[in-house]
Ligand binder design. Sequence first.
Ligand SMILES: NC(=O)c1ccc[n+]([C@@H]2O[C@H](COP(=O)([O-])OP(=O)(O)OC[C@H]3O[C@@H](n4cnc5c(N)ncnc54)[C@H](OP(=O)(O)O)[C@@H]3O)[C@@H](O)[C@H]2O)c1
Length: 290
Amino acid sequence: MKTLNIIGSGRVGRTCGGLWAKARVFEIQDVLTRSRASAGEAVKFIGAGCAVGRLDEMRPADVWMIATRDDAIVPSCAALAGSGKLVPDDIVFHVSGATPSSDLGAARECGALIASVHPIKTFTDAGQASRTFSGTFCSAEGDREALKVLKPAFEKIGAKVFGIAVELKRVYHAGGVFACNYLVALIEAALRAHEKAGIPRAASLEALEPMVRETVDAIFEKGPARALTGPISRGDVEAVRRQLAAVREWDRGMAELYRGLGLLAVALAETDARLDAARAAELRAALSAR
Ligand SMILES: NC(=O)c1ccc[n+]([C@@H]2O[C@H](COP(=O)([O-])OP(=O)(O)OC[C@H]3O[C@@H](n4cnc5c(N)ncnc54)[C@H](OP(=O)(O)O)[C@@H]3O)[C@@H](O)[C@H]2O)c1
């Protein structure tokens, strides 16, 4: 069994470490975080490994997982490379979607193989994430020989691994930001509009919930174009024009959001042949008015 050292063991490090230990995929060896105390908690959660307080206490390992926050990946990798612990063909990988594996260049200069495997999942806490990890899609890119080890390691804990081009990694990750983070921001925009119209947030959330859930179900059942309803999908130009004016009067930032998303909705409705080219052009003109 290959040995694994973990640098940064919060939600993702603990979840993967614990699942690998349980499935006997890797021998979890040393775990480093910002404090020995939190490394100790991580080891307790994982159920294997030794907590260390400093990089120089870590033993050599076949595989090194860097699961720090994104902004600590490059310095952590540089420190690892500078420690002299890496030998050729060691594998160093991170789990960030926003960062390419090439950010591990310092490890490659030591002869290590580098990669990134990014789980498309929200890890709110390690306990919950461990119970629901199986079935998670993970994008993977990096050195072929590293992926030969990492792909099966993730698959053995239930992941569905697919390849991604390293140069498109940041755009790929924006997809997750739109679908997950900005969905939350969009609901916040809806709550603020309701609040402006005198509906308290709690009542608004209650009122929106069935519609939002039905819409999400429809997206996955029928696809985005068929799930689209409302004035744009009906080609109701005047309603869109008046609504944009009302939103702009209330809040110019919200009006910009309304315009940008509206233009995307027009393109979507066109793909479903619900809007002819002339009506789509009228809608675009209405949405482009500033
Ligand atoms: N959370 C998600 O939903 C999610 C999903 C997919 C991928 N990811 C990726 O997973 C990675 C980790 O995210 P996370 O959510 O697990 O973060 P997290 O819960 O905040 O944990 C980060 C861990 O890194 C440690 N750390 C920070 N700086 C360090 C340093 N310089 N040296 C050693 N350890 C350091 C922290 O130490 P302490 O314990 O001492 O604070 C903590 O253990 C990121 O690259 C993120 O993009 C996250």
